[in-house]
Each structure stands twice: as C-alpha cells, then as structure tokens.
Write a protein that binds this ligand. Structure first.
Ligand code: FES
Length: 215
C-alpha cells in the first residue's frame, strides 16, 4: 500500500525498523508501529480539508461521519426490539378490537327492502348497521339473496357489484370478490367482504347482523 509523505511510517527504513525491534538503538519509537486505525474510526470532515483548516464551530461541534453511519450491534438490536414491539402492540390492538366486537350486544335487525323491490341479477345499496356503513344487497336467483359490506378489505374503496361477471369489483386496485361468498379472488385484497346476515320473511328482507370474517 502506498504511503503519503505525511505518514510517519514513510521515514522508516524497513530493513532496520521492523516490528519487534521497537526501542532498540537506531529504530523508530514504538508508536510508529501502532496499527493504523480502523476505517470506521477515522473521522473525515465533510469538506475533506485538514482538521486545522476546519472552522472553529466545526471543531466545537464535530461531525463524525464514519461514526454517524456506523450502526452498532446495539443500535441494530434496539431498532429490531422497537420494531417488533410496535408490531406486537398493533396485533394486540387488532385482537382486542375483534374481541370487543364479538362481545357487543347483537345488532338490531333492520328492514332493507321488499323482495319485489329487487329483480334477479340486480343489486341494491343500503346502510347497516350504522348510517355510514354502506352495504350491497344482491339477488342471485328468485329465492337467493346475499348482502355484503361495500367497503373493500384492501384499502376501503367502495366495491361495485357486477352480477353478470359473478364478482364485486374494486376499481381502486382491480380487486375482485366472489359475488356469492364475498371471498377475495383476485387483486390485492386477502380478506373476504364482511357478510350481512339476512332474514327473508313475509316478502320483506331484513338485515340481522354482520359477520366479520378473516378467511
Ligand atoms: Fe380495493 Fe385496493 S382498495 S383493491
């Protein structure tokens, strides 16, 4: 490796001054043989000029770039522990929410429409259980009705019923759900649409609950 003219080791006569001979007459002091500093221990000023040419403020507040970019094992472990902790807390929060939902009192039933209001292959929008919870009722055949939340399980866009294709279509990212089961069948969504439990009696269709499903 080439040595610069400022490097004190350049003055050493390698035939005489070899490691192990430090302190003997005619040899260089032991400090000359000190191993070069590790790469990550070398401080390089941002403008690459000599330390004595650095402005005073930079000497008072040195920026140790190599040290700054050097990630110690402890820092890495700290990062991993914090990230894992945040993930665990998030999972716990979701589990608690789910537990709370199941523990709630049963939802009140609500009339959606009369059977004759919707033809085979047609769909109808309604809100259930809250006024903000948009849902879709679809008549699959003369006696078959299904209803699902209209909120896509990917990023909550509103899905569009396409009975002729047998799917609910999400225009945001091309997600598709099975029209009969609400299962995610294409695109980014992984979870099925929440199913609205229906009760058809006396020529009327009622919503009586919502099934949150994970598969
Ligand atoms: Fe529906 Fe992304 S929001 S596919």
């Amino acid at each position: 490796m080439a040595t610069s003219s400022n490097d004190p080791r350049a003055k050493i006569d390698v035939r005489v001054d070899t490691p192990g001979r430090e302190g003997l007459a005619g040899t260089a002091p032991a400090s000359v043989y000190a191993p070069p500093p590790e790469r990550d221990q070398i401080t390089i000023p941002p403008d690459f000029t000599a330390p004595e040419a650095q402005p005073l403020w930079r000497q008072d507040f040195p920026i140790d770039w190599p040290q700054d970019q050097y990630v110690e094992r402890r820092d890495f472990m700290k990062f991993m522990v914090l990230t894992s902790g945040a993930f665990a807390v998030g999972q716990l929060w979701i589990a608690l929410q789910s537990w709370w939902r199941h523990r709630r009192d049963p939802l009140p039933g609500r009339r959606i429409a009369a059977v004759d209001d919707i033809g085979v292959g047609q769909s109808l929008m309604f809100n259930y259980p809250g006024e903000e919870d948009a849902c879709l009722l679809v008549r699959l055949s003369a006696a078959e009705f299904v209803a699902f939340s209209q909120k896509c399980t990917h990023l909550s866009c509103a899905v569009i019923p396409r009975p002729d294709q047998g799917v609910f279509y999400c225009p945001c990212h091309e997600g598709r759900f099975d029209l009969r089961s609400g299962a995610a069948i294409a695109g980014p969504p992984r979870r099925p649409l929440p199913r609205v439990v229906l009760d058809v009696r006396g020529g009327e269709i009622f919503a009586t609950g919502v099934e949150e499903r994970t598969v």
